[in-house]
Design a protein around this ligand. Structure first.
Ligand SMILES: NC(=O)C1=CN([C@@H]2O[C@H](COP(=O)(O)OP(=O)(O)OC[C@H]3O[C@@H](n4cnc5c(N)ncnc54)[C@H](OP(=O)(O)O)[C@@H]3O)[C@@H](O)[C@H]2O)C=CC1
Ligand SMILES: O=C(O)C1=NCCCC1
Length: 346
């Protein structure tokens, strides 16, 4: 399997600016049944994933968004209902819409509460998250806040010690400010590999590394198609990733009032791809904590990690790719660009 973040060959590719890509995606969303606000938020999110080389959740997802909208599974015009429920708790009913517009609608109240109380929780339910999770947390750290988010997805992961899938790929994203540097951000699926990367490997006819999944008989396989066609994924790190995935189900579904990954039935909506679940965000204002500046302490930790030989922090690859994309444009292969233009009616 090639590196998941490395799949655009420059030979047959075109370079597009971030603005041009965002505009193109916005046109696609509007054309396939979203409000202006939903199109704006989703286009910015998806273009930023492509800009940062997060290909499993960049433009690769656009046909899935479109077929989901067409199937009627998701409401592209949903208006999120924000509820101010307690000093440190905000709830949003996304109204069977996408999760990112729900976060956008609640964001200023969440930040205000976190700054007042030191910590605030945002619980989004009735929502579809089909994207990378880091764009949801990174902006908080840019404002000096610490943020943690979890979202559950659709059943495709076998809990450690079980013999059938139950959990989603259930990512966890974390962002913390640093002094004088871009925030520390990590964002990882609790499965051994994200479902999107299995789809990309299948499309490219590549085998996966060992230990990622099982076939329909529960036997280990490195064939991505066998995983997608009746097989399943495994958690990363055995019982440890499995426990984290269970935690995500509890926080993102049980605590928000959203569906568990195994609870929804999209069989009546052929073409639907997005999981109808929940998302939890916890935002902390570190200026309320005792002691030295949190950002300075982050910096000290990073210095020490580099001091013991660490070359790459989580987020470094994305930021390096972001800088390249902003300087040289975002590379898209010709076929992908043609498909996007067709979906945009251009
Ligand atoms: N919406 C949903 O329901 C779901 C979304 N996803 C998304 O899929 C995406 C991919 O997830 P996943 O495949 O697990 O991510 P990766 O395994 O590619 O990366 C996980 C994290 O580890 C960092 N990292 C990777 N390799 C190294 C290294 N050698 N040294 C230091 N840090 C490293 C990455 O930083 P960097 O980015 O800089 O490489 C990233 O922060 C995520 O954005 C996730 O949110 C996944 C599951 C479900
Ligand atoms: O890549 C994944 O895993 C997923 N991404 C979007 C939502 C479903 C799972």
């Amino acid at each position: 399997m090639s590196a998941p973040h490395d799949h655009v060959s420059s030979a047959a590719s075109s370079s597009v600016s971030l603005d041009a890509l965002t505009q193109l995606l916005e046109t696609i969303f509007l054309r396939h049944g979203t409000s202006d606000e939903v199109a704006r938020v989703l286009a910015a999110n998806c273009a930023s994933a492509e800009r940062d080389g997060a290909h499993s959740h960049g433009v690769f997802r656009i046909p899935g968004y479109v077929s989901t909208l067409k199937s009627g599974w998701v409401n592209g015009h949903a208006v999120p209902q924000v509820e101010d429920v307690a000093s440190g708790f905000v709830r949003v009913d996304a109204g069977n819409g996408f999760a990112q517009p729900a976060l956008a609608a609640a964001r200023s109240l969440l930040v205000e509460k976190a700054r007042q109380a030191g910590i605030a929780v945002l619980a989004i339910r009735n929502s579809h998250h089909f994207a990378a999770l880091w764009p949801d947390v990174e902006p908080f750290a840019d404002e000096g806040l610490v943020a943690l988010s979890v979202v559950n997805s659709m059943t495709c992961v076998v809990p450690h010690g079980a013999d059938r899938p139950l959990f989603g790929t259930n990512p966890i994203a974390f962002a913390a400010p640093r002094a004088g540097a871009a925030p520390i951000v990590f964002d990882l699926a609790t499965s051994a590999i994200a479902h999107g990367d299995v789809q990309i490997a299948a499309r490219k006819g590549e085998r996966l590394p060992a230990g990622m999944g099982v076939d329909s008989l529960g036997q280990p396989t490195q064939d991505p198609k066998a995983i997608l066609e009746g097989g399943a994924l495994l958690p990363f790190g055995g019982h440890k990733g499995s426990a984290l995935s269970m935690m995500v189900e509890l926080l993102a579904a049980a605590l928000t009032g959203g569906n568990f990954s195994f609870e929804f039935d999209w069989s009546g909506h052929p073409g639907a791809k997005t999981p109808w679940t929940g998302q939890l965000l916890i935002v902390i204002d570190p200026s309320k904590a005792a002691g030295q500046s949190f950002a300075e302490r982050s910096e000290e930790l990073v210095r020490q990690m580099h001091g013991v030989g660490l070359k790459r922090l989580p987020g470094d690859r994305r930021h390096a790719q972001r800088a390249r994309s902003l300087a040289e444009g975002i590379l898209l292969d010709q076929q992908t660009l043609a498909q996007l233009r067709e979906l945009a009616g251009q």
